[in-house]
Design a protein around this ligand. Structure first.
Ligand code: SIN
Length: 303
């Protein structure tokens, strides 16, 4: 029998638990040339700000053992261009549409979510964890008091359910998860990237123009699993887990740790067909294990 892969996040249906992670699929057009976008349960779109941003200087990507560093700097066309040029094609697709919202100030982020009211966006992911910008980004997401206040202010302007994307570059992920929940978050996504750097030993320079960047990929999976597990014990809102998911079995590990759905990012950069492959692997693994419904696995880790 085919296992049931469908689930919901804050009442929004997902036909399967795989969501393309923000920043790895632009606004969806990149994947659409390889396979139907509807393959994914959801799409978290590139971090969008009130005004267009050009992003950081190049080089802004570096390969690392078992992962990659990025320092994109939230390059995006701004919310008005997104609404005009990107959302209409996404609105035709059977997929959960998640807007990833970032900003230099809390007021900017609130203004962006206000512009998303009444649109085809189903969920909003508040990015208070980007390590690659001078103002905003991770600066809002480190200290629990700031996580709570930022979440509360943005939530007040928000019509759709609000997912807060947490940074792993913190002392205690459980404390920050609780802070976001107190601020009114409807769900959490974690983890964003870990701050890292790469060095060219011949040139004696950093490889990234901005010196540091965010590390993603399988190298961070054990950290991500630990943080999802700790956050799941700390809050009662749903979690979306991410960090180095490359296979169907990885998805199951995140579900067992307490995630209700997962985001897949770096895997698609290494292999554009990773999304459909991981989905097929997940389905076979559940069938082999006799799991009729993937929701049975959420938080089912036996410790
Ligand atoms: C970036 O645009 O620099 C990456 C976004 C993020 O890490 O949240």
């Amino acid at each position: 029998m085919k296992p049931n892969l469908s689930t919901t996040i804050c009442g929004v249906p997902l036909k399967n638990p795989l969501i393309a992670a923000s920043g790895t699929c632009g606004f969806g057009r990149e994947f659409a040339q390889f396979y139907p976008l509807e393959t994914w349960g959801g799409l978290s779109l590139k971090g969008t700000t009130l005004h267009p941003r050009e992003g950081n200087a190049n080089p802004r990507i570096a390969e690392t053992p078992l992962g990659m560093l990025n320092s994109v700097g939230l390059q995006n066309p701004g919310i008005d261009a997104f609404l005009r040029d990107e959302l209409p094609h996404l609105a035709q697709i059977d997929i959960a549409r998640i807007a990833n919202v970032a900003g230099d100030t809390v007021e900017d982020m609130a203004a962006v979510v206000a512009k998303l009211r009444g649109t085809a966006i189903d969920l909003i992911e508040l990015n208070i964890s980007c390590p690659n910008v001078k103002a905003g980004g991770m600066a809002f997401g480190i200290v629990p008091e700031s996580v709570e206040a930022t979440t509360r202010a943005v939530k007040a302007a928000c019509e759709q359910p609000l997912i807060v994307k947490l940074s792993p570059n913190v002392a205690d992920i459980a404390e920050n998860a609780r802070a976001a929940e107190r601020g009114g978050a409807d769900a959490l996504s974690l983890i964003n990237t870990l701050t890292g750097m790469a060095i060219d030993p011949v040139a004696r320079t950093p490889i990234l123009a901005r010196v540091t960047g965010g590390l993603s990929g399988p190298a961070i999976k054990p950290v991500a699993l630990r943080m999802v597990y700790e956050a799941a014990k700390a809050v009662s809102i749903p979690l979306i887990g991410m960090g180095g998911i490359m296979t169907g079995r990885d998805v199951v590990e995140f579900l067992l740790a307490g995630a209700s759905a997962v985001m897949v990012g770096t895997a698609s950069i290494a292999d554009p067909m990773a999304g459909p492959r991981i989905l097929a692997e997940l389905e076979s693994f559940l069938a082999e294990q006799g799991v009729a419904d993937l929701r049975e696995l959420v938080g089912a880790l036996q410790v």
